[in-house]
Design a binder for this molecule. Structure first.
Ligand code: AMP
Length: 576
């Protein structure tokens, strides 16, 4: 972006794009087809033609599995015009932790340009609502990367966030805007990286104006780290010495630039952290912070209550909706409560189509099964997102379900509903990610009066016995004090029952017919969900892009949680 592009230009561009979304979408598709109609993938469908109708009738709707053979050919060295005529510059590894396996998404030079534009527009919206806070201080944003891997063709495979952090557009501005040094972001040991980012964040606490990470779960991970390490941080700050276990030279170098004995600062931090309750700890440690920036929608909604507890009234801002496949939408009202956030699609980012989904809403008319264009979606309807990108994805199912909540100019706004295919099922029941979240939200209210917060949950269909049953793993935390959790079995049983009541009609009738046994909650020890995150990160997921799974299928992931179970509770009766 040109240096002269100020935030008002960004806002103006958003207005123009969202007013002319139909034309913009036509232009985007026209451009993609003009460039790529002759590729090995598209030419059998289009015969080199570029008209939209042919595209819609002939080009199939696909999943990652369908195009994997093409991706593998590129990864293995055959790069000539397979999916796109533009050169593939690298692959982006999607995290895949919310649904399937990590995927390799091709990226071209266009991706980097669109990304820069998308984040410029995002910054414009932030400036409109919060002023130029970058002039008042720095952002403490927890960022993590994994070392790149290479495909046989020599192309780099990295997460899209790693690609972003390695882009010159980011490295050139990092020290101006952010507290975290590049050395820490590029340290492959996440504990050392977290230690370094947090310690510098504490030393420079008076400069911090925003705190965050891409997703809410990582901010909570940072708070947990602080809980475990605050005494060590205070001792380091008091002595000006770095702990011996920090062996990464980049982290040590970055820390050595800011470390000096500062007993006064150590005392202040100690006084804050030594409190019985950590309510509002973020605001106390970083008094100039104006907001917490972290995506808190979708599966991240489960963390909102805990983040608010630590945040001490700071607004939680879910700025955008994006995936490795495309940058999609911006939250134009950043102060909206996470459960009501909608994202306005940015029509020049990709060509978007929407496959209607009938979510069994009886008030809705029967929906067609043909995908519709961005401007033709209907209010309150649910859709699965399809992306056609500059980098060679055509009518590609991203796997996300979105609901239309309104329009900004002529462009629809969507609420993120859930990942498609995350389904818990024991018999004829099919419980989606959204159903799970609702059931858990309804049940955890019962714990509020007891001073417990739900720090994380996931679920599992246990079919080892007949009939099978739903198992929920819950990690609970007392708002005041640590450990020594004494859970009232009656209330925990009521939580199980409340979840069963919340689940769908088919679940409940299966329960009545004894086709599903009583729902179970297994309460796990503190830190269990961090261990789950570590497991997925060790398997290749990027910590920055990690999304806690709503439902687990992997035996190893199950074993991690099951080995940390402290207590089990069952629903006491059949739900009405
Ligand atoms: P990745 O490809 O690893 O970047 O993961 C992208 C996925 O993260 C999307 O397809 C969504 O499922 C999820 N995601 C991204 N942004 C949001 C958001 N604002 N709210 C909820 N989920 C999101």
């Amino acid at each position: 972006m040109a240096a002269t592009f100020d935030f008002e230009d960004g806002l103006k561009m958003i207005e123009e794009l969202t007013t002319n979304s139909e034309q913009t979408q036509e232009q985007v598709l026209g451009q993609i087809l003009k460039t790529n109609a002759g590729t090995q993938y598209l030419s059998p469908y289009l015969n080199g033609k570029t008209d939209k109708e042919l595209f819609k009738t002939n080009v199939p709707i696909v999943t990652y599995e369908d195009i994997k053979p093409y991706i593998n050919r590129i990864a293995n060295g055959n790069t000539s015009n397979i999916l796109s005529t533009e050169s593939v510059t690298e692959f982006h590894r999607s995290s895949g932790t919310s649904g399937g396996q990590p995927k390799l998404i091709p990226a071209t030079a266009d991706v980097s340009n669109l990304r820069t534009l998308f984040f410029t527009l995002l910054t414009s919206v932030a400036k409109k609502h919060f002023g130029n806070i970058d002039q008042e201080g720095k952002r403490l944003e927890f960022m993590f990367t994994k070392p790149d891997t290479e495909t046989p063709s020599g192309l780099k495979a990295r997460s899209s966030s790693t690609s972003f952090y390695k882009d010159d557009a980011f490295t050139n501005i990092i020290s101006k805007l952010y507290i975290s040094p590049l050395e820490a972001i590029f340290c492959s040991d996440t504990n050392q990286s977290m230690y370094c980012q947090l310690l510098i964040g504490l030393i420079r606490r008076d400069e911090v104006v925003t705190l965050g990470s891409v997703f809410a779960s990582v901010v909570l991970r940072a708070i947990k780290f602080l809980e475990d390490y605050w005494k060590e941080f205070c001792s380091n700050i008091r002595s000006g010495q770095i702990s011996d276990w920090i062996t990464d030279s980049g982290c040590r170098n970055a820390l050595s630039l800011v470390m000096k004995p500062d007993p006064q600062l150590a005392d202040s931090i100690q006084n804050i952290c030594n409190c019985k309750s950590w309510e509002g700890i973020i605001k106390k440690l970083w008094p100039k912070a104006k907001l917490i920036s972290a995506i808190s929608t979708g599966v991240m909604l489960q963390y909102v209550e805990t983040l608010k507890f630590y945040g001490g009234g700071l607004p939680l801002v879910s700025g955008f909706y994006a995936c490795s496949e495309a940058f999609c939408g911006i939250n134009l009202e950043p102060l909206t409560e996470p459960s009501h956030v909608s994202f306005t699609f940015v029509p020049n980012m990709a060509y978007f189509e929407f496959l209607p989904i009938n979510k069994d809403n009886p008030t809705m008319s029967p929906v067609d099964t043909e995908p519709v264009d961005l401007v033709h979606v209907k209010l309150d309807h649910y859709y699965e997102l399809l992306v056609t990108s500059y980098a060679g994805l055509y009518r590609y199912k991203v796997g996300d379900v979105l609901k239309v909540t309104g329009f900004h100019n002529s462009t629809p706004q969507f609420k993120f509903v859930e990942r498609q295919n995350v389904i818990l099922s024991v018999d004829t029941d099919k419980t989606s990610e959204e159903d799970l979240l609702k059931a858990v939200t309804d049940a955890k209210i019962l714990l509020d009066p007891l001073g417990f917060m739900l720090k994380g949950y996931t679920s599992y269909a246990d079919t080892s016995l007949i009939p099978g049953h739903y198992v929920f793993f819950w990690e609970l935390k007392e708002k005041e004090g640590n450990d020594g959790q004494v859970l009232d079995p009656k209330i925990m049983g009521d939580c199980c029952y409340r979840m069963e009541e919340s689940l769908g009609y088919i679940y409940r009738s299966n329960r009545k017919q004894n086709a599903i046994a009583a729902l179970e909650i297994r309460v796990v020890k503190q830190g269990s969900f961090d261990a789950l995150m570590d497991y997925y990160v060790s398997r290749g997921a990027s910590m920055t892009q990690y999304k806690s799974p709503s439902c687990i299928i992997s035996q190893e992931a199950f074993n991690i949680l099951d080995s940390k179970v402290m207590a089990k509770f069952f629903s006491p009766k059949i739900p009405m």
